[in-house]
Design a protein around this ligand. Structure first.
Ligand SMILES: Cc1cc2nc3c(=O)[nH]c(=O)nc-3n(C[C@H](O)[C@H](O)[C@H](O)COP(=O)(O)OP(=O)(O)OC[C@H]3O[C@@H](n4cnc5c(N)ncnc54)[C@H](O)[C@@H]3O)c2cc1C
Length: 396
């Protein structure tokens, strides 16, 4: 009899899981994706959109395209998980499943810091990034402040790509000497998950480009009148142009359900990504046999130090592959054998026009193994090639 795999979320991990499952399973099995929006955005290209190297259409695809591949798509809000009935409550009604993949990503809260939503550009929202592009195109002089509201945030390299590309663009426009750039982060050190060597290398890059850095910053508010980022220690950092990565939380749809949450993110088994669930009065916790959580929504910590593992598309993609392959094995009567191992070789941080640094990390290793190669054009081209491949192959 045909089985139904229900995938919540049509972002990086949801789309990857749907594609892999469709390839591996016969037509008698239903694969269904639910997303609140009708579109898939390639978020890793937002910094390039900001720097006028992309336009929104190039990095946006309709999720309806999944239907042409034999994957059903429903546009609806996921409201609640009902695991005891193998159902999910959505605004399009109750959806039944045999296997459930939670791929809901992170929720962004620009309203969490008072004044941020009204005063700062949100570089994690495609429409705001497009507006920011126009603002930067005509920026002549003054201070640009980029801040990260809180931890954890998705796309570890994202904010750094943004500040490096702003620097590069202003230099190209020959107005860099009239601009001051300030990068503010709550991280105690840059890329704390990657260790001292990578961290110092990144700090050095900021210094070389004359970008001021404030670490360990607790962002308290954004003052609209004074156009300043207010830190908890009382400092006001003034800027003519403010850009703020909003606070992130785990998916709101999981908030009051039976899945176990770790500070709001979905607790999972580290290698199989089974979601953890509470039974009875909540005193009994076990792996949910047919529910998995992947991507940004998953609460993954580094075993060596308990810190959050970086949230990134490269990991979301691997996790989706592992889970999709194991579900396909289960459905076809075989034992699941794939394991998520956290090795993300080949992530690229864009460090300027036509320049990037390859970053590799294995965050389950104790101590975590990381490396960041020197800037190269090859790294930049590899990232661009991956974007093309993703949009063409997964959502043609
Ligand atoms: C600016 C920026 C730059 C980045 N750069 C990189 C990079 O260079 N490399 C890299 O590896 N990663 C990068 N990332 C991170 C990467 O994009 C994410 O890690 C990845 O998209 C996470 O995939 P996901 O499937 O978990 O979540 P998402 O891709 O965010 O997808 C979640 C989906 O769930 C849907 N959804 C959420 N809640 C509901 C609900 N209640 N009902 C219905 N639908 C819902 C959303 O609409 C969304 O489509 C970047 C991110 C940003 C923002």
């Amino acid at each position: 009899m045909g089985k139904t795999v229900l995938i919540l979320g049509g972002g990086t991990s949801g789309v990857a899981a749907a594609n892999v499952l469709r390839k591996l399973l016969g037509e008698q099995h239903r694969i269904l994706v639910v997303d609140r929006g009708g579109k898939h955005y390639f978020q890793a290209a937002y910094p390039l959109l900001m720097a006028k190297l992309r336009n929104p259409e190039q990095i946006t695809r309709s999720l309806d395209r999944l239907q042409e591949k034999g994957v059903e798509f429903i546009q609806a809000e996921v409201e609640e998980l009902l695991p005891s009935q193998n159902q999910v409550k959505t605004t399009a009604g109750l959806l039944r499943y045999d296997y459930l993949i939670v791929a809901l990503g992170a929720e962004l809260h620009p309203e969490a810091v008072p004044g941020q939503k009204e005063t700062a550009y949100n570089p994690y929202d495609i429409h705001a990034v497009h507006r920011l592009q126009r603002e930067l195109e005509f920026f002549r002089s003054g201070t640009i402040v980029l801040f990260i509201a809180s931890l954890p945030y998705t796309g570890a390299v994202g904010p750094y790509e943004i500040i490096f590309l702003i620097d590069a663009w202003l230099r190209r426009r020959k107005v860099r000497s009239q601009a001051r750039l300030i990068h503010i982060t709550p991280e105690p050190a840059l890329f704390p998950f990657a260790g001292r060597k990578v961290s110092s290398s990144l700090e050095q890059m900021l210094r070389q480009r004359d970008i001021s850095l404030i670490t360990n910053a607790a962002i308290q508010a954004v003052d609209k009148q004074r156009h300043a980022v207010i830190l908890a220690d009382g400092r006001a950092i003034f800027g003519d142009l403010l850009i703020g990565v909003p606070a992130h939380t785990g998916p709101l749809a999981l908030k009051n359900g039976p899945l176990v949450l770790d500070e709001g993110w979905c607790a999972v088994s580290p290698h199989t990504l089974h979601a953890k669930i509470q039974y009875g009065d909540g005193s009994h916790v076990a792996e949910a046999e047919n529910i998995f959580c992947v991507g940004d929504a998953a609460a993954i910590r580094m075993p060596a130090n308990g810190m959050w593992a970086p949230k990134a598309g490269i990991f979301a993609h691997y996790q989706a592959e592992v889970v999709a392959r194991n579900i396909a094995l289960s459905i076809t009567g075989q034992a699941p054998r794939f394991r998520y191992r956290s090795k993300g070789a080949g992530a690229v941080m864009i460090s300027g026009f036509n320049q990037g640094r390859i970053l590799s990390i294995d965050y389950y290793a104790s101590p975590p193994r990381t490396a960041m190669l020197w800037p190269s054009a090859a790294a930049y081209l590899a990232k661009a090639a991956f974007e093309k491949y993703w949009l063409k192959y997964w959502l043609y």
